[in-house]
Design a protein around this ligand. Structure first.
Ligand code: MN
Length: 421
């Protein structure tokens, strides 16, 4: 029998936030910025709980971290502290309604969500082999995967300063492009795209020079969020060689405001995608002891709503669906490979998967990948899309739905593309 919560909306089967989820976020309510936990259509204000003496079962440092205006302090404390806090909050929200706790609940519709953490560094990987193959094929039909792909999780250093929270408008960037038939020019991008990704927030960091081993790696992950790595494909095509993505990516990266803990996701773990029989063996430093629960069964979806659709009252149209379990590389491997040269990660750093695609048509995690299709993407209004148009609203969702387990979700990560200035 699933655990029930006395907050009625948390027991609605369609909610992303039942008592089994308890994701963390930062919200602004009136003129206060507090840490909270989503529960149904409410937020449990952890600052209020701390001040009100409700967090008796956790350490003083955990209580202090709950008074902060970002999650960084809590991220630093590690899995045992996160577990104790989760137990405490589960107790407060289950059983009988509790009037003191009730006073610490805030309606989600009345707050303004903030970035969950101060992020010092942002790294983006390329962990979906289906994405890498499909994009590689556009450029190298005979040899889509580069030789390093199956040996290491390929990544690049992104830009942390332009990470924005879901809902922040995305200004179409200008930049340098090289049309096939003319000299390079400077103009607004004509090929703004989204990239459907999941990001991991780093919990406790490591000291410079001290790599994190593969079997310790997950202790350094606080939780996961949705990420949209907005990309300008025309800028990217001209600038990316030889040093990789630069201005085509750094104009904005959106994250969802709620961070789902690894503990909440534990029941939804599945074996990692098996490597093909001709694939090289993993080098020892990337080989975990237990491969049965390395991956996560998480459905990811992309919805699009054009201005015309919104004006006609047509709901957002689902244009893609993929699953995180199809990735070739895991979050633990990201952490271990990233730190294997001694590089230090810090609490609040963001490690994103790269575009998450699946093998089938309909599971492409970005518009660029749909170019292999015979028919263009068509919206219910009859409009067609090759890339995003101004005023297009892009919405990402993620949720797990396994037999006999409650559905838990990530909320939304959305943004509207705005005309360039
Ligand atoms: Mn990306």
């Amino acid at each position: 029998m699933a655990l029930k919560c006395w907050v009625a909306s948390a027991n609605d089967p369609s909610t992303d936030f039942p008592i089994q989820n308890l994701p963390y976020g930062v919200f602004r309510y009136g003129n206060q910025t507090h840490i909270g936990i989503a529960i149904g259509d409410k937020i449990l204000d952890l600052h209020a709980c701390g001040v009100g003496g409700l967090l008796v079962g956790v350490s003083a440092e955990a209580r202090n971290a709950c008074l902060s205006e970002t999650l960084n302090e809590l991220m630093e404390l590690g899995p045992e502290v996160w577990s104790a806090l989760r137990r405490e909050v589960t107790n407060l929200l289950s059983g009988e309604a509790h009037s003191e706790v009730e006073k610490s609940l805030v309606p989600m519709c009345e707050v303004e969500m903030q970035l969950p953490a101060r992020t010092g560094d942002y790294t983006d990987f390329y962990a979906s082999i289906d994405h890498a193959r499909r994009v590689g094929k556009l450029f190298r039909p005979d040899n889509p995967l580069l030789p390093n792909y199956k040996y290491l999780p390929v990544g690049y250093h992104g830009r942390a300063s332009s990470i924005v929270v879901s809902g922040f408008p995305i200004r179409r960037p200008q930049g340098q492009t090289k049309p096939a038939d003319s000299e390079p020019l400077f103009a607004p991008s004509k090929s703004v795209d989204y990239e459907l990704e999941i990001g991991a927030f780093v919990g406790p960091g490591n000291r410079l020079g001290n790599p994190i081993s593969i079997n310790e790696a997950e202790k350094h992950i606080f939780g996961l969020c949705l990420v949209n790595d907005w990309s300008a494909r025309d800028l990217q095509a001209w600038e990316y060689q030889p040093l990789g993505p630069f201005l085509a990516k750094s104009f904005a990266t959106s994250v969802s405001p709620w961070v789902v803990s690894m503990e909440a996701l534990a029941p939804y773990r599945v074996p990692v995608r098996s490597r093909g029989k001709d694939d090289p063996a993993l080098l020892d430093y990337l080989q975990p002891l237990d491969t049965q629960k390395c991956a996560i069964d998480l459905t990811l979806e992309v919805y699009l709503a054009s201005l015309k659709m919104r004006q006609a009252g047509i709901p957002p149209e689902r244009i893609s669906r993929s699953n995180l379990r199809d990735l070739y590389w895991t979050f633990a491997q990201f952490v271990t490979h990233h730190t294997s040269n001694g590089c230090n990660l810090r609490s609040g750093d963001l490690l994103a998967t790269g575009t998450v695609s699946g093998p089938l048509e309909g599971s492409e995690g970005c518009l660029l990948e749909m170019r292999h299709r015979a028919v263009r993407l068509r919206l219910p209004t009859g409009e067609e899309r090759v890339f995003l148009e101004d005023e297009d609203r892009v919405i990402f969702r993620a949720f797990t739905e396994r037999h006999n387990l409650p559905r838990i979700g990530f909320g939304l990560c959305e943004g509207i593309v705005k005309k360039h200035r």
